[in-house]
Design a protein around this ligand. Structure first.
Ligand SMILES: *Cc1c(COP(=O)(O)O)cnc(C)c1O
Length: 465
């Protein structure tokens, strides 16, 4: 057998060009076969079609058509975040330019655990992490921020807890709002920290008065984690008030801006993040409001010195004499060892679109949310939870029990006609539209609401004897 072509080297681009053409055809055929935001039929039917299309995964003799067969099946059975009726989660449609850059990352396969595996990538990462830190904390002389590249909000939140634990002498109690992301209490569990204290978030936002009362009562080192852009409702905790209470009680502050962090790009919306720079650490996640393929997380830290807690030696990656001789030491910039250059697609996106281009995308999705909320508000058959703050709209059919609301969502999923999320707030179940597609038009939003109304009517009629 001839050696299969490699992705890099002098022949790499030639081999890749032919294969990429096949992949692109398969993507197009798959999308046509699906015909909507989600494959129809529900989990069993989709799984059966995938098994049928793929056949044997590891045949005795290889199959040269496998890339076409599998990519086609993968695309046909995908939830396509670029479809305007795919709006359930913080699952963004990636920009073409970012996906194209990611191909180069895969082809060259640099690994950011040592400089000799990633010479240009390590400098690019240094440039992007410095920029991200300055976006959050500014560039004043009194300020020495830094940031790390992560796999997303979950890893960023874990690192934030770890850095807080190390900065506070080996243990810290996490205090979060009831609205915090599930990865925060889970990180406390992972790190062996005390049981987190949960502060009420009656309107979906952490209650600052209840936080002050909690901080007065607690003894020992505390890390408060606030949220800028809740997963359920896209709400932003009252950051300046929370920061003031943390300062008054000597508590460390983390802000989980996995969703809201993207607002930094927008001149019109970045004021919503006032107070962000008071945090010791900030989670950012550009595979949410940043149009990146997964993964594209960052953790910004106000004081670069905090990162010394991650310093680590492995002679084959960062020997002391290599470091002394000037080879950059990358091992302390992550808990991972082998690490993909996720920074390339990020850098390409930032430079291609510029601040104005990214800001426009943010403003567009926020405007879509306001437009959709207005449609809901003006429709007598629907109830709006609240005006949107970022790009999430919670709504529900009026006079409808929670079980029917849940059934409407599942019916739309099963038919593959629309993908909506769900959120329980104020004791009731809401449908959630997370609008992250800048190309969505007014007709799409009207179609989405119409589909929900139609599905509810069908379900309610079905129940009537
Ligand atoms: C999505 C999200 C996370 C987790 O991020 P992943 O990239 O999925 O790991 C954390 N916090 C908030 C507020 C989120 O919305």
């Amino acid at each position: 057998m001839r050696t299969p072509p490699l992705a890099s080297g002098s022949d790499g681009p030639h081999a890749l060009r032919a294969l990429v053409a096949i992949v692109l055809d398969a993507l197009q055929e798959g999308a046509r076969g699906r015909g909507g935001p989600l494959p129809a039929g529900g989990p069993d039917a989709v799984a059966a079609r995938v098994r049928e299309a793929v056949g044997e995964i590891l045949p005795e003799q290889g199959d040269p058509h496998a890339v076409h067969t599998l990519v086609r099946a993968f695309a046909e059975g995908a939830a396509d975040p670029a479809h305007p009726l795919c709006a359930a989660h913080l699952h963004c449609p990636p920009l073409a330019v970012a996906a194209a850059a990611d191909l180069a990352a895969s082809a060259l396969n640099p690994s950011l655990d040592s400089w000799d595996q990633a010479p240009a990538a390590s400098e690019l990462e240094a440039m992007v992490t410095r920029l991200a830190a300055e976006e959050v904390y500014g560039t004043g002389p009194a300020c020495d921020p830094d940031s790390l590249v992560t796999t997303g909000g979950t890893e960023s939140n874990q690192l934030a807890l770890l850095l807080a634990r190390e900065a506070r002498g080996g243990s810290v109690r996490l205090v979060t709002g009831a609205n915090a992301h599930h990865s925060l209490p889970r990180a406390a569990w992972l790190l062996g920290l005390p049981e987190p204290t949960v502060v009420p978030a009656p309107d979906g936002r952490l209650d600052p008065a209840a936080l002050a009362e909690t901080l007065t009562r607690l003894t020992g080192p505390v890390l408060v984690a606030a949220t800028a852009g809740t997963t359920d409702a896209g709400l932003i905790d009252p950051l300046p008030e929370i920061a003031a209470h943390c300062a008054a009680h000597g508590a460390r502050l983390h802000i989980d801006a996995a969703y809201g962090g993207g607002l930094l790009f927008s001149t019109r919306h970045r004021h919503l993040l006032d107070g962000l720079d008071a945090a010791d650490t900030v989670t950012l996640d550009l595979h949410k409001l940043g149009w990146q393929p997964v993964a594209a997380g960052l953790l910004a830290v106000r004081t670069a010195h905090d990162l010394t807690a991650l310093r680590h030696r492995a002679d084959y990656l960062n020997a002391v004499d290599d470091t002394d001789a000037g080879l950059p030491d990358l091992l302390g910039r992550s808990l991972r060892t082998t690490r993909r250059p996720d920074v390339l697609k990020l850098a390409v996106t930032l430079k291609t679109l510029g601040r104005a281009g990214l800001g426009t995308l943010v403003d567009q999705v926020c405007a879509h949310a306001r437009a959709f909320a207005a449609l809901v508000h003006d429709h007598p058959g629907f109830e709006l939870h609240a005006p949107p703050v970022i790009s999430t709209v919670l709504f529900r059919p009026a006079d409808t029990p929670d079980t029917t609301v849940a059934a409407v969502r599942r019916a739309l999923l099963t038919d593959g006609r629309a993908v909506l999320g769900r959120a329980r707030l104020g004791g009731r179940l809401w449908l959630k539209a997370t609008l992250l597609n800048p190309a969505t038009g007014p007709d799409d939003l009207a179609a989405l609401l119409h589909l929900v109304a139609e599905s509810r009517a069908t379900l309610v009629e079905g129940q009537t004897p």
